[in-house]
Design a protein around this ligand. Structure first.
Ligand SMILES: [Zn+2]
Length: 103
């Protein structure tokens, strides 16, 4: 399925220009328990609805940004450039998916 995603630098582009890097998550506190660490590494909310996601414009300006997308309809409600969060969370270091176009 294809849809438009609006890069904060380049504007609306086909989603195949981007790499999806998953839900925006919160890092556990310093010295997390095994359960907290396992939850952070392995579990995602996987909502059927609106969620915050990381995206990378791999065939464009190579910028990380956040998007608010409805997973049921692929409607992108908002995008914003990546920046450090108050809790120190920053954009992922690399894309979590291989460098192949989405279908
Ligand atoms: Zn871009």
């Amino acid at each position: 399925m294809s849809f438009l995603l609006s890069c904060p630098n380049c504007g609306p582009r086909d989603v195949n220009e981007f790499a999806y890097a998953g839900e925006v998550t919160s890092r556990p506190a310093e010295r997390p328990s095994v359960r907290e660490l396992a939850t952070y590494v392995h579990f995602r909310r996987n909502v059927a609805g609106v969620q915050q996601e990381w995206w990378f414009h791999r065939f464009g300006c190579e910028t990380w940004f956040r998007a608010e997308r409805d997973t049921r309809t692929n409607a992108v409600l908002a995008t914003e450039a990546a920046h450090a969060e108050p809790d120190g969370q920053a954009a992922p270091a690399e894309a979590a998916v291989p460098d192949v176009p989405a279908v």
